[in-house]
Design a protein around this ligand. Structure first.
Ligand code: MSP
Length: 688
């Protein structure tokens, strides 16, 4: 196939703070299906995916796991890559932001921004959401992140700023001149409203942790992880590279045709990214497409919510193509879509086992039986009926309609169109009864009318099967390749989709070996197996205890009396030993961790309460503690404390408290004295 126009498509690069789940698989397989179709249409396609490995979130996850961030990133990036390989994702490159080629490219972009006068040094004091790695404008200490709902952290540090405020007019003009830049339309409107409401300069470096790409000439700073991550789209294909081949590749493929993303990261892709590129005088990508979320148990599937399903579970039970088909057929692209095991198995059985699979095995088995495995000649004579032409016309029309819908990212409707041919052929076979016609044919008689009729019916069904198979190949790469071979055809990947039309099935061609591609699934068994696998794969949730409040986490307005330690509180549990002592198992239920106070302030209207932000390695917790009479907030910053980390959250004066600080309760008044260590201990270390 000659190389046609270029087409460059990207997925977001995925954070390596946790294992991949179906949400990540979704974006990746949408891009994969698009890339596969483009290749089959003759486009010179480049498909990029990868992992986003720097930033505070990853640094903390690694700390909690007790390994270096690089080792942590290596492990999780490996899991993403292995999953994508298993899903037959046809990526051309997999970029990791810890690779030297990326580092070089981002530093080059930074230098350009600096040379063109878009950077200056300042101090950022405000709120930061570590989960989203986002500065949250206008938020006060203690506020939640408007996007993910997690408590923001207070940051005060020297940063480099990017003059984003200077870019608003140019951005708005770009959105107006290029309506295709942000799709769908609703997202475009949101972005335009956001920019119109005014842009403030953006902090683009961090100086209070180390896990990032050093700022050229000022290594005390690491680059803001979103500047680092977004640049992957250019660094992967050779921006900033020294080798000529890389530079040529960049010149050839950039600008990207499509950045495919989930809707929660649209601001980064449609405001910050084009602003950086405009400032650096690099051409902008042609379009950003934002899709909706995969929901599970009614909310966005995500690690934070703990409602994830792993792609491997579905693949193990129903196969990779079942997963791919379900997600593209069931979810209306652009909108949120619910995932359920029930709907998955239902769709698998109706559309794949009883649909395409049945159409293939029925048609091909009859050709084997009645025509010794050779594609029969259709008759154009008296034995032809209008029903044959109807199938031909419907299949022919489906080619164009499928292409129009698929290329407009309406995958579900495109598949519906192709499967309407499957349904029509099923009806056609039932009505034309080829098995009855076969019974009437006189064996060996030349020109037998029944034999000619039988040939026409089976040729018509087989040709329709070929068309559906090749159209569906980008979505169902493995099973359609098998059906293609069973039809006696070679290398489905090399078929030029642009040439597809009715009548190309070679007459007299010998079929391949026939075997079922989608064995029917027993619904109950399949669902139970998947549920069980999910249970086994997920780590058990930490055991929770409900100790009564100590002076460090009092009930609102409580007087300073109780002196219970977390362990003592656990002694009330029914599993206690008979003499009132607790077992070691009881004690082990309490998760005690070393934390470090990052921020502290008095809670308005509550003399005894302080609001603290405590870093426990894996995350920063907001804790409301009854220690205000004993400790000045400023003196607590930087101090290491012991936190009961697995307490159920509770609200005090409207503030969520997520854990309890351990303190001794001294004297009549029960004065709190914080537990601490004489030796230096790492943040996040467990106590036992
Ligand atoms: N690292 C950033 C992106 C940087 S791109 C320069 C990031 N990573 S992420 O791991 O959180 O992945 C986000 C992407 O994963 C989403 O934008 C979406 O493509 C996909 N999804 C994650 N969960 C999803 C659902 N529940 N549903 C659909 N897609 C989801 O953000």
């Amino acid at each position: 196939m000659t190389k046609g126009p270029k087409f460059y498509i990207t997925t977001p690069i995925y954070y390596v703070n946790a294992r991949p789940h179906l949400g990540h698989a979704y974006t990746t397989l949408v891009c994969d299906a698009v890339a596969r179709r483009k290749r089959m249409l003759g486009y010179d396609t480049f498909f990029l995916t990868g992992t986003d490995e720097h930033g505070q979130k990853i640094e903390r996850s690694a700390q909690a796991a007790g390994i270096t961030p690089q080792k942590f990133a290596d492990e999780v990036a490996g899991q993403f890559r292995r999953l994508f390989d298993r899903m037959k994702i046809s990526y051309d490159d997999f970029i990791r932001t810890t690779e030297p080629r990326h580092k070089l490219g981002v530093q080059e972009l930074w230098k350009r921004l600096q040379d063109k006068g878009f950077l200056y040094k300042g101090t950022y004091t405000g709120q930061y959401c570590v989960s989203d790695e986002a500065f949250v404008e206008g938020a006060k200490p203690g506020d939640s992140c408007p996007d993910c709902g997690r408590i923001t952290e207070t940051v005060s540090e020297e940063n480099y700023f990017f003059k984003l405020s200077a870019m608003a007019d140019r951005l708005l003009k770009h959105y107006q001149d290029h309506p295709e830049f942000i799709r769908p339309e609703t997202r475009r409107n949101e972005v335009m409203a956001f920019v119109r409401s005014g842009l403030r300069d953006l902090s683009i470096s961090r100086s209070t942790f180390k896990w990032g790409i050093p700022v050229p000439g000022d290594p005390k700073h690491v680059m803001y992880v979103w500047l680092d991550a977004l640049s992957n789209y250019i660094t992967a294909i050779g921006f900033g590279a020294e080798e000529k081949k890389q530079q040529e590749q960049y010149a050839h493929y950039w600008p990207a045709d499509v950045h495919m993303i989930g809707k929660e990261i649209i601001r980064f892709h449609c405001v910050y990214w084009p602003a950086f590129l405009m400032a650096a005088e690099v051409p902008l990508p042609k379009g950003v497409i934002a899709h909706g979320w995969l929901l599970f148990e009614e909310s966005k599937m995500s690690k934070t919510r703990g409602n994830i399903v792993r792609a491997e579970t579905v693949i193990d039970v129903l196969g990779n193509d079942a997963l791919r088909y379900f997600l593209l057929r069931e979810v209306v692209f652009g909108q949120d879509g619910a995932f359920s095991f029930d709907a998955l198995v239902q769709r698998y059985n109706s559309d794949l086992a009883n649909g395409l699979g049945n159409m293939a095995s029925r048609t091909l088995t009859m050709i084997n039986r009645y025509f010794a495995g050779k594609v029969p000649y259709p008759s154009s004579g008296a034995s032809r009926k209008p029903a044959d032409d109807e199938i031909r016309d419907q299949a022919q029309a489906a080619i164009a309609e499928f292409g129009r819908l698929f290329d407009d990212y309406q995958f579900s409707r495109a598949l519906e169109t192709a499967w309407s041919v499957v349904g029509a052929v099923d009806k056609y076979l039932v009505e034309q009864e080829p098995w009855v016609v076969a019974d009437k044919a006189v064996p060996g008689r030349e020109g037998d009318e029944n034999k000619a009729r039988l040939a026409t019916i089976l040729y018509t069904a087989a040709e329709a099967l070929r068309i559906v198979t090749v159209l569906a190949h980008p979505v169902l790469p493995e099973s359609t390749a098998k059906i293609w071979k069973q039809l006696g055809l070679q290398e489905i990947d090399r078929f030029n989709l642009a040439d597809l039309k009715w009548g190309q099935l070679p007459l007299g061609g010998m079929l391949g070996d026939i075997e079922p591609v989608f064995p029917k699934a027993d619904k109950t068994t399949a669902i139970e197996r998947m549920q069980q696998m999910e249970q086994e794969r997920s780590t058990p949730p930490p055991a929770t205890t409900q100790p009564s409040p100590t002076p460090a986490t009092p009930s609102e307005g409580a007087s300073a009396k109780p002196a219970a330690t977390p362990a003592a509180a656990a002694s009330a549990s029914p599993a206690s030993a008979p003499d009132g002592k607790i077992t070691i198992d009881d004690f082990m239920k309490v998760e005690l961790r070393v934390g470090q106070v990052k921020f502290a302030e008095k809670v308005k209207g509550a003399d005894r309460l302080l609001r603290l932000e405590v870093d426990i390695g894996s995350e920063v917790r907001q804790v409301v503690a009854g220690i205000a009479l004993a400790y000045e907030p400023e003196k607590l910053i930087g101090r290491k404390v012991v936190l009961v980390a697995n307490l159920a959250p509770r609200k005090l004066r409207g503030l969520e408290s997520n854990g309890m600080i351990v303190a001794a309760s001294v004297g009549e008044e029960g004065k709190p004295v914080l537990a601490g260590f004489l030796e230096d201990v790492p943040v996040g270390a467990k106590l036992k």
